[in-house]
Write a protein that binds this ligand. Structure first.
Ligand SMILES: [Fe+2]
Ligand SMILES: [Fe+2]
Length: 262
């Protein structure tokens, strides 16, 4: 199974980029399953039902994972009840653990389990242990489902790598999100588990992690609050394509994608 995974989609610039390039990327990489992280899709903060429907119904995205901004738009509490395509960080204190794993069936009938987790290092909230949570969630995945994907939404590169090694041989693919900056360390652990520390964002790269740079500089220089808005400048897509053997669950190829969104 070929999987196309995108990190945080940032506001309108990120969405327009994705809309424009998703069909050709899907064709080029022969992707059967597409995942995006939607936590910043609506104005940089959270996810609306309209955008979620655009992703899943109009553009055919199979799965949307989230992160610390998952409930910034309160309407998610309504539409999350209506879908099985949304995966929330299963160890967050405000998320039920079973919302952190979903099982999907692709058009060709193959199945895949997707898990979303939230880091604990340098991140807010009194959240549950990522290692114990992921072990419990994996124990609930039927044995016949070998394709298993984990989005670890975390700040610390070390925490993401530790989780990757913890899951080596237990899942097919582990990737980080949240930093909004791609890392160039895509690899396959012990010929089993595909890994990259962070996918990077899809959005305006002439920015500070996707937000207009002027506001970020002002805040850092003066300590005064200033509203953060997503940048529209110089949009790029960063993503990965991974190939997974459905029989064994092993990742056999992983490729980083970098594409100007213009
Ligand atoms: Fe984010
Ligand atoms: Fe985040």
């Amino acid at each position: 199974m070929r999987i196309l995974a995108f990190g945080d989609i940032i506001g309108k610039a990120g969405r327009r980029c994705l809309e424009k390039h998703l069909p050709s990327l899907r064709e080029k990489y022969e992707s059967e399953f597409v995942i995006v992280n939607g936590e910043n899709a609506a104005g940089g903060f959270g996810l609306t039902e309209k955008i979620f429907d655009e992703f899943t119904k109009n553009w055919g995205i199979d799965c949307v994972t989230m992160g610390n901004h998952w409930h910034d738009k309160r309407e998610i509490y309504q539409f999350m009840e209506k879908t099985q395509k949304l995966v929330l960080p299963g160890n967050m204190s405000n998320v039920e653990e079973d919302q952190g794993m979903r099982i999907f069936t692709t058009k060709s009938g193959e199945q895949a389990a997707v898990i979303n987790l939230h880091g604990r290092a340098f991140m807010q909230g009194d959240n549950r242990c990522i290692f114990q949570t992921v072990d419990r969630l994996l124990a609930r995945v039927p044995d016949r489902i070998k394709v298993r994907i984990v989005d670890i939404h975390a700040e610390a590169t070390s925490e993401k790598q530790a989780l990757g090694w913890h899951l080596c041989g237990k899942v097919s693919l582990v990737y980080g999100t949240h930093s909004h900056v791609p890392t160039a360390d895509e690899r396959i652990f012990e010929n089993k588990t595909g890994f990259v520390t962070d996918l990077g964002m899809t959005g305006g790269y002439d920015s500070v992690i996707g937000m207009k740079k002027e506001a970020a500089i002002h805040r850092m220089r003066t300590g005064e609050p200033r509203k953060f808005e997503p940048s529209m400048d110089n949009p790029w897509i960063f993503a990965i394509s991974a190939t997974i053997d459905e029989k064994t669950g092993n990742c056999t190829a992983i490729e980083r994608i970098k594409l100007s969104g213009e």
